[in-house]
Design a protein around this ligand. Sequence first.
Ligand SMILES: Nc1ncnc2c1ncn2[C@@H]1O[C@H](COP(=O)(O)OP(=O)(O)OP(=O)(O)O)[C@@H](O)[C@H]1O
Ligand SMILES: O=P(O)(O)OC[C@H]1O[C@H](OP(=O)(O)OP(=O)(O)O)[C@H](O)[C@@H]1O
Length: 216
Amino acid sequence: MQDVITIALAKGRLAEKAIAVLEKCGIDCSQVKDPGRRLVLRDETGAYQFILVKPSDVPTYVDSGVADIGIAGKDTLMEENRPLYEMLDLGFGRCRLCIAGFPDAAQRRGITVANRRVATKYPNIARSFYAARGETIDIIKLNGSVELGPIVGLADEILDIVESGKTLKENGLVVLEEVCPVSAHLVVNRVSLKTKGNKIKALIAQVRAALEEEQA
Ligand SMILES: Nc1ncnc2c1ncn2[C@@H]1O[C@H](COP(=O)(O)OP(=O)(O)OP(=O)(O)O)[C@@H](O)[C@H]1O
Ligand SMILES: O=P(O)(O)OC[C@H]1O[C@H](OP(=O)(O)OP(=O)(O)O)[C@H](O)[C@@H]1O
């Protein structure tokens, strides 16, 4: 019986490009492209199984070993901070994690404020970012529309994704500081890399070649 490789794919923004990369590697993704309500899908050869998961859950599935491989944003990987092998930067899903707020908040940057209120979907990243500069913060965990935080007076600043900058601009906010660049990464379960190493390494070589061909 052949070893099936299970790939955790994030639904949402990253899905289309992740599928395009896998297809470039010759993997049949027809079921994944038209899943209906199914969450577990296979390629035509049965060599690959795909599970469609919420983007922020990709590290959980890969760390647990339910999936051998996952594709997720660097933001999610940093937030979850699981012991996974980050094998490849896939180069799509590019955006930035930034601290943002009203323009006048810029004047308060660099001043240590007690219990700065920071709204974010990324409490762990926020905690370590501010801790590195010796600031403790009050984290206000939101699950979306994070830009509302300063507008309604719930938070002094936000830590969130900025892509085009449109959401900030249309809400009168500005980037105060960049935390880090973000793009989609391919991650591998540590045990799978040993037990299914040949297949996983072969796939990674194919993905790398597909990315290089795209850049050429
Ligand atoms: N404008 C953007 N906003 C949010 N994420 C972006 C953006 N551009 C690229 N990304 C990347 O896409 C990934 C998936 O984003 P998506 O919006 O599909 O899921 P999500 O709603 O953030 O996830 P979840 O529902 O699990 O919280 C992000 O983790 C990030 O790496
Ligand atoms: O710089 P921009 O191109 O405007 O993109 C950034 C926005 O996109 C994301 O929100 P999303 O659309 O995922 O909605 P959400 O508020 O529900 O998280 C992110 O959280 C920002 O709000």
